[in-house]
Write a protein that binds this ligand. Structure first.
Ligand SMILES: C[S@@+](CC[C@H](N)C(=O)[O-])C[C@H]1O[C@@H](n2cnc3c(N)ncnc32)[C@H](O)[C@@H]1O
Length: 229
């Protein structure tokens, strides 16, 4: 499973950013800023962004924690990481990037103030193991922050489902040449536990003393914030 996921992201890596921008109408930028705000991170904090991909969230983290803070972005797909260092340099931000699996992080216990994962946990083989592993590298009282798709309800939900099942694969396929990757996205997003059901996964990880779900854009996405025990 993880080999197929890695290959899929490798095949869309060079077109990932532009496709993300088009398919989300740029809203992913607002969601990332909200994620960072809800984490409570401050200047000087050390942050790990898992499954960082092309590094967009890592750059927002670095703007927040400033020069005295440390940001490390990791991903298990080297091709996805390829453009990240140049993007950071162009933005005048110092961010470290390295290849690592979010389920087996190469960091000591209690290394970071915050660990995050955006649109990544849906793709890992074992989300509970990942939530446990992220908590392991965060200091007690620090936060694990997850940004992931939800399943909006009502009229907006119906529109979103139509958009994600028909328009997203067509446009994603045109822009990346890999239509299957943009069929995978809505399929996995529709099946992945959201809201209370995701909080239950956080409970199963048995590593958090508090956890909160914040719906964004009528539940299209959620930010989950867990405080590490
Ligand atoms: C949809 S992209 C999200 C990238 C980025 N976080 C963002 O918000 O744009 C999912 C990323 O998760 C990475 N990924 C999936 N499973 C992973 C794992 N077990 N360990 C590390 N990265 C993983 C993929 O390589 C891909 O870069």
């Amino acid at each position: 499973m993880s080999t197929e996921v890695r290959q899929m992201f490798s095949s869309i890596a060079t077109r990932y950013d532009v496709t993300n921008e088009v398919l989300s109408f740029g809203i992913h930028r607002l969601w990332r800023r909200t994620t960072v705000r809800l984490s409570g991170a401050k200047q000087g904090d050390s942050i790990l962004d898992c499954a960082t991909g092309t590094g967009d969230l890592a750059l927002v983290w670095k703007r927040t924690v400033g020069a005295s803070g440390r940001v490390v972005g990791t991903d298990f797909c080297p091709e996805m990481l390829q453009s990240a260092p140049a993007k950071a340099e162009q933005a005048g931000l110092q961010v470290e990037f390295q290849v690592a699996d979010a389920m087996a992080l190469p960091f000591a216990d209690n290394s970071f103030d915050v660990a995050s994962i955006s649109f990544g946990i849906r793709n890992v083989d074992d989300p509970v193991k990942c939530l446990k592993e992220m908590a392991r590298v965060v200091k007690p009282g620090g936060r694990v922050v997850v940004l992931e798709f939800g399943q909006p309800e009502g009229l907006f939900g119906a529109l979103f489902r139509f958009y994600s099942k028909t328009i997203m694969p067509a446009i994603g396929g045109l822009l990346t040449g890999n239509r299957a990757a943009y069929e995978y996205l809505p399929r996995t997003a529709a099946a992945f536990p959201a809201g209370e059901r995701f909080l239950a996964l956080m409970d199963q990880a048995d590593a958090y003393r508090e956890r909160v779900a914040h719906p964004l854009t009528f539940g299209t996405s959620y930010v989950y914030v867990g405080t590490v025990r």
